[in-house]
Design a protein around this ligand. Structure first.
Ligand code: ATP
Ligand code: MG
Length: 315
């Protein structure tokens, strides 16, 4: 079974209880929930049975322990997550707004997450990795960017593959060299997983088909478009396939894209047909939104398959 690795921010997420609740005054909060896009991705891949490890850093505190415990329980390799005394684990405070958008207050760069590095444990994890996944949100500092680019290069050098979710969070990505770094990642990408307008970050084409064709023409093997509660679509040079999203009640949308991506990449690494990979990814994305907390809606393969079977019976 192929092994995948991701590197990046590990956080706890703390949510405002009420829609539109301001952080400018005290109010009810829920959490901490284990989080960080790379952690969600690796947790979901591991839950599906894919060998999966994460390079990252936490503080020697309860928030760090919460994340490590959860990842380990899901079956992820946590050997390259370092714990740092005197530093706090990263945090993300989120409030959901009435227009369904989100407002975040992040502490990542100046948290323990900013200390992630390619140390001996990371080198060991990467030594037999077949695949590396890049989250755009992980390019939150020059140092973090160096880690992501070095890991990408290491896996590519041994003949591995790379997937890339731009996962743009405007609140995080103000690093001056970010644009150049995103372009470098794209040049190494086999599986590209944008959501919404992120497709147009790398193409000046005026429409979706033009942008997809543009990216496929530049050597990317496949482009997988995430469209929330609507649908998801797979494109490669041979053709395209789209599947509607599973109808579920959305409780908390955060983490859907990461669970979707992890499922798609895990199935792709197993050689699944695109439509089958897309179906499992859609199911993991749908299940992710049914629970409050970004990693609370991660399910194991048997449960995901049962969910798909139940949905098929109803259709
Ligand atoms: P994230 O907030 O994690 O960054 P994203 O913007 O990257 O998410 P989305 O398009 O919101 O990605 O969601 C990814 C996938 O999850 C969708 O393509 C779909 O399969 C599933 N999904 C998301 N929201 C819903 C929903 N409300 N109902 C059913 N499926 C959903
Ligand atoms: Mg996303």
């Amino acid at each position: 079974m192929k092994k995948l690795v991701c590197a990046g921010e590990i956080l706890v997420e703390i949510m405002a209880e009420r829609i539109g609740q301001s952080f400018l005054e005290p109010g009810p909060l829920v959490g901490p929930f284990p989080s960080g896009a790379p952690a969600i991705f690796v947790g979901q891949a591991a839950a599906l049975g894919q060998p999966a490890g994460l390079i990252g850093a936490v503080g020697e505190d309860d928030f760090g322990q919460l994340n490590i415990d959860r990842l380990r329980a899901l079956g992820a390799d946590v050997s390259a997550i370092t714990s740092h005394k005197g530093h706090a684990t990263g945090t993300a405070f989120v409030t959901y707004l009435a227009d369904a958008s989100r407002h975040f207050v992040f502490n990542i760069r100046n948290s323990a997450a900013g200390l992630m590095a390619i140390d001996d444990a990371a080198r060991h994890l990467l030594a037999d990795a077949d695949h590396f996944h890049v989250m755009g949100s992980s390019l939150f500092s020059d140092k973090a960017t160096d880690v992501v680019l070095a890991a990408t290069a290491a896996v590519k050098a041994r003949g591995g593959t790379v997937s890339f979710d731009p996962n743009v969070r405007r609140e995080i990505l103000q690093v001056s060299g970010m644009r150049a770094a995103l372009d470098k990642v794209l040049a190494e990408t086999d599986v590209f997983l944008p959501s919404g307008d992120e497709l147009f970050l790398f193409s000046s084409a005026g429409d979706e088909k033009g942008a997809v064709d543009d990216l496929l023409g530049r050597g990317i093997s496949c482009v997988v478009l995430k469209k929330g509660a609507d649908c998801a679509a797979y494109h490669d040079r041979q053709g395209a396939v789209a599947l509607p999203a599973f109808p579920v009640e959305e409780v908390d949308p955060t983490g859907a894209g990461d669970c979707f991506g992890a499922a798609f990449v895990s199935m792709w690494l197993r050689g699944a047909a695109p439509v089958d990979a897309l179906r499992v990814a859609n199911a993991c994305g749908a299940l992710a939104v049914t629970r409050k907390g970004p990693m609370e809606g991660i399910y194991r393969l048997a449960d995901v398959e049962a969910f798909i079977a139940r949905a098929g019976t109803r259709a």
